[in-house]
Design a protein around this ligand. Structure first.
Ligand code: NAP
Length: 281
């Protein structure tokens, strides 16, 4: 990955940090997108120490704010004209219903809409790469995902699983529709989604929004480590095996089945248009 520029979202924790370290070790220049200066600085120091390189930089962005994403994209493009790999990894699980700065339900807002806007704003830079790759970290939870255009932000009937699973089927619809659009343009850029497995990270235990650290401590022996969980994302970001492969969903480095609803490409197109209108594109 020498001379390649990589952007990892949610890079201060869990699989984002593991992905950052692994790609920096392979020689990439990694930009860590984090929302907190303090957590970002600590993770930057750890990533530099563990990878043994200082080709890693920290840039701040709150994916729960459209203004923050636009400011981030402008700052990123001022420094980097080409983006070789974008790993859309950041994610939240909230027990109680929360909203982003723009009033979106937080899981749909951050896990999908924030990444949807970020990707569009950086797409020209990705298309300038000879083999641009977009890697979307989805989840097996997409299998119970539904979406109601009349209640997208779950004002009625909120539950953490309903919100999380709809944000993760959203990642797959986005992947498939973007793959279709990239193919129409005829370039070499690809986009794929993945399920990392059940991984012991901070997701769902984050600060005041989650399930609490006791649950994680009890379950940790059954989970993969963040390094193991990041394996498929790193594979999709780097392997020559998947050059030219696009619009797929991977688990353990292999194309894996997705739910029937996730395969509904007409719905994916309608959802794309809805997403574009929400983020002001
Ligand atoms: N862990 C699993 O078992 C599992 C299973 C399937 C899929 N996934 C997916 O894997 C991905 C990575 O999650 P993880 O398990 O590694 O969790 P994690 O350790 O909690 O990492 C999530 C990252 O996302 C960042 N983030 C959250 N909200 C953000 C925002 N508004 N703006 C910018 N960054 C934000 C977090 O930053 P802060 O530290 O500042 O909160 C953190 O860096 C997620 O997309 C998740 O849905 C995880």
């Amino acid at each position: 990955m020498q001379n390649q520029t990589v952007l990892v979202t949610g890079a201060n924790s869990g699989m984002g940090l593991a992905t950052t370290i692994a790609l920096a070790r392979r020689g990439a220049h990694v930009v860590m997108l984090c929302r907190s200066q303090q957590r970002g600085n600590a993770a930057l120091a750890e990533a530099r120490a563990q990878s043994g390189t200082d080709r890693i930089e920290l840039m701040l962005c709150d994916l729960g704010s459209l203004a923050s994403i636009r400011a981030f994209a402008a700052a990123f493009l001022a420094k980097h004209s080409t983006l070789d790999v974008l790993v859309n990894n950041a994610g939240v699980v909230t027990v109680k219903r929360q909203t982003t700065t723009d009033g979106f339900e937080a899981m749909l807002g951050v896990n999908h809409l924030g990444h949807f806007l970020l990707t569009q704003l950086l797409l020209d830079a990705i298309l300038r790469s000879p083999n641009g790759r977009i890697v979307n970290v989805s989840s097996g939870a997409h299998k119970i995902g539904r979406f109601d255009f009349d209640n997208p932000f779950l004002v009625k009937g909120y539950s953490p699983w309903r919100g999380y699973s709809q944000s993760k089927i959203a990642n797959i619809w986005f992947t498939r529709e973007l793959a279709r659009r990239l193919a129409l343009e005829g370039g070499s850029a690809t986009v794929n989604a993945l399920h990392p497995g059940a991984v012991g990270t901070n997701i769902g235990v984050n600060r005041d929004t989650g399930f609490g650290k006791t649950v994680l401590r009890l379950l940790r022996p059954f989970f993969l480590t963040p390094e193991q969980g990041a394996d498929t994302a790193i594979y999709l970001a780097t392997s020559p095996d998947v050059r030219g492969v696009s619009g797929e969903y991977f688990y353990q480095r292999l194309v894996a089945p997705i739910s029937e609803l996730a395969q509904d490409d007409a719905l994916a197109r309608r959802f794309w248009d809805w997403s574009a209108s929400q983020v002001g594109l």
